[in-house]
Design a protein around this ligand. Structure first.
Ligand code: BGC
Length: 346
């Protein structure tokens, strides 16, 4: 019996004053990715793939490769088959249509990574979002930048009285892009850094775009006039490193003259390695395994309220949003040293 029938029975039973206590049996679960080539989504997908192998449920994975219309159609078809969906939308503006179909079919939807509007989320009771607090990531990056400059005791290499910064941004209308940049800039100004933002182009979370962008800025202002690079994610921070290395920068960690601090977010294994080696400067760990596990737990549970979901996943859930905290690289490193090895050393 699918969820649609079960929900129908629930409605009829409730209207007759009966309580339905037995669980519906979910047998399938559909997972939709906006683009499997995205490094962070790839880590998430690998972890969820492993979870699925141990699960009694039948998982189907769909990679939209950035095609929003095809993704929308596929999500809607899946929802009408009665299966819950874990959804990473290509276009967040598709959320209302997804939720109309979910409401009709009585199927559960768990969004992640791209946050739909509050009004879309509020339009259906059995819809959830799992993500991370992007304001927090901006604040934490500003802290890491400040810690770094305190240890080196200067930031104004070209002596123009400013901290000359290139920002490599994610997608234009993405909440993480907006909040990360905003909070990093705001907090750095509050800490007293006289910022000169050389550029803040949208490089769509992509390593190659970021490399090209930074190479262009180097051509325009000269490499000695760039004092820091802040990327909205690690893939783009790695692209920045590619650009700097091609100019002979950030290769020899003892050569402080040819080093520009680079910050990212996500904790991609390759970036952890670069930060650990001193060629990149900082990142945050966005726990993709927790993200995947929480999505899975919510999608397969019958929890209906924020309290029930909080108890189920052990992360605070409010207004149907579960937020997984970021971890600063330094805390992660200390913890990992005691307990585990770094992922890239495995
Ligand atoms: C996340 C980034 C991630 C990007 C691409 C954003 O929602 O905040 O950290 O790199 O998506 O997957």
């Amino acid at each position: 019996m699918n969820r649609f029938c079960m929900n129908l029975i629930k409605v009829i039973s409730l209207s007759l004053g009966l309580t339905v206590s037995s669980c519906y049996a979910i047998s399938n679960i559909n997972v939709y990715y906006y683009n499997g080539n995205d490094n962070f989504i790839n880590l998430y997908a690998t972890f969820l793939g492993k979870l699925s192998e141990r699960s009694p449920l039948n998982f189907k994975f769909y990679d939209a490769q950035n095609h929003h219309q095809e993704q929308l159609e596929s999500i809607i078809t899946g929802l009408y088959s009665g299966s819950p969906a874990i959804v990473n939308l290509v276009d967040v503006n598709d959320a209302p249509k997804v939720l109309e179909a979910a409401k009709d079919s009585g199927s559960k939807v768990v969004f992640f990574n791209r946050l739909p509007s509050d009004s879309a989320l509020a339009s259906y009771d059995d819809c959830w979002y799992v993500g991370a607090n992007s304001e927090q990531s901006g604040v934490y990056i500003a802290d890491e930048i400040d810690d770094y400059f305190k240890t080196v005791a200067h930031y104004d290499k070209n002596k123009n009285g400013q901290l000359d910064m290139v920002i490599l941004q994610g997608e234009k209308f993405h909440h993480d892009t907006f909040n990360r940049t905003l909070m990093t800039v705001t907090k750095l100004k509050e800490k007293g850094y006289p910022l000169n933002i050389i550029s803040k182009n949208y490089d769509n979370w992509d390593r190659y775009n970021a490399k090209r962008d930074l190479l262009k800025q180097i051509d325009l202002v000269g490499i000695s006039n760039i004092e820091i690079v802040v990327a909205n994610n690690d893939a783009m921070a790695l692209g920045a490193l590619d650009a700097l290395k091609s100019h002979g920068y950030n290769t020899d960690v003892n050569d402080k003259e040819h080093y520009i601090p680079v910050f990212g977010v996500d904790g991609l294994p390759e970036m952890l390695k670069e930060v650990e080696a001193g060629r990149a400067t900082g990142t945050l760990i966005s726990d993709y395994s927790a993200l995947a596990k929480v999505c899975y737990e919510i999608a397969t549970s019958e929890a209906q309220t924020d309290e029930e979901v909080t108890q189920l996943v052990w992360y605070k859930t409010e207004n149907h949003k579960t937020m997984i905290p970021y971890i600063k690289f330094a805390s992660f490193k200390n913890y990992m040293k005691q307990k585990y090895v770094f992922p890239y050393q495995k």
